[in-house]
Design a protein around this ligand. Structure first.
Ligand code: GA4
Length: 322
């Protein structure tokens, strides 16, 4: 029996934010409330940094498996193949996960894991990760400052300062989804590349090549395919921003399906706070002093708890007030 893949129908309702336009701050707030997701154009991230990193990543993923495995296992940082996290999640994906707190962090993690620091260092240098991440972080901060202004928060850098902090616990990931002609015989979908999940951090900024695969879950429960656009960035609200806005913004559930004909390469910056940062609703976004929907926790506590979950789990539920 031949099982045919469902034709991909693209969602044409992804909010579009033009960073060069003065009205974007209100549109960003609206997008975060309605979808927790939007697309950014006129972002000022130099194309040359994007292309350089993309070609280095392609080079890395095309190298022989034993070479790549030398930079693994992802524990949590390093090269990972099919296995995601520690709780048995599997996907049609290979990836590199690194801390953006380069020197200090990767050496620290290398010393407590079996990660080979030389290979990760090599990836760092060759792949121009730093150039790219610096620019994308700048753009993420600009977005977060517009958000704060749109929310009428006095301190414009209330979110962005967490990403700019030298102890910011941000991570960077490059995912490679080789093409896969296999079809899930139960639902007719392409196979799962990266299972459904929300991101634990504040904000995530994704750029991919022109291969489809990313889907977001709408409030009505439908999975929608996001049309790829290699010249733009896609931004999503993370769990921590959901908490800081006391649930006004929702972290968006998303997943990636492998493409049956083309390979997909995506690079994602996950902007997170310092480990010791208390994650709590901003007072100006609460009705009364005690109207927080969440119990108090630090990013360290949340992260520790997140790593004990499966990808699809609702990680915030443990921190919600009953
Ligand atoms: C999802 C967002 C980021 O990719 C990530 C992922 C992390 C991992 O791949 O190691 C997690 C996942 C992510 C959430 C729950 C835990 C941790 C895999 C997993 C099952 C790097 C992150 O910070 O959280």
């Amino acid at each position: 029996m031949v099982i045919l893949s469902k034709a991909t129908s693209f969602f044409n309702g992804v909010p579009l934010i033009d960073l060069s336009k003065p009205d974007s701050m209100n549109l960003i707030v609206k997008a975060c409330e309605e979808f927790g997701f939007f697309k950014v154009v006129n972002h000022d991230v130099p194309m040359e940094f994007i292309s350089k990193l993309e070609s280095e990543a392609i080079k890395f993923f095309s190298s022989p498996l034993p070479e790549k495995l030398k930079a693994g296992p992802a524990d949590p940082f390093g090269y990972g193949n099919k296995q995601i996290g520690k709780k048995g999640d599997i996907g049609w994906v290979e990836y590199i996960l690194v801390s953006t707190n380069s020197e200090f962090n990767y050496q620290k993690f290398a010393s407590i894991s079996s990660l080979n620091p030389e290979n990760i260092r090599d990836f760092y240098c060759r792949a121009a990760v730093n150039d790219y991440v610096t620019e994308v972080q700048k753009m993420a901060c600009e977005v977060l400052e517009m958000l704060a202004e749109g929310l009428k928060i006095h301190q414009r850098n209330v979110f962005s300062k967490l990403l700019m902090d030298e102890k910011s616990d941000s991570v960077f990931r490059v995912n490679h989804y080789a093409s896969c002609s296999e079809i899930d015989e139960f639902n007719g979908n392409n196979v799962i590349g990266f299972g459904e999940h929300t991101d634990p951090q504040i904000i995530s900024v994704l750029r991919s090549n022109n291969t489809s695969g990313l889907q977001i879950l709408l409030k009505d429960g439908d999975w929608m395919s996001v049309p790829p656009d290699e010249n733009s960035f896609f931004v999503n609200v993370g769990d921590s921003l959901q908490v800081m806005t006391n649930g006004r913004f929702k972290s968006v559930k998303h997943r990636v399906l492998a493409n049956s004909v083309k390979s997909r390469l995506s690079m994602i910056y996950f902007g997170g706070p310092p480990l010791s940062e208390k994650i709590a609703p901003l007072p100006s976004l609460m009705e009364g002093e005690d109207s927080s929907l969440y119990k108090e926790f630090t990013w360290f506590e949340y992260k520790k708890s997140a790593y004990k979950t499966r990808l699809a789990d609702n990680r915030l539920i443990l921190f919600e007030k009953i």
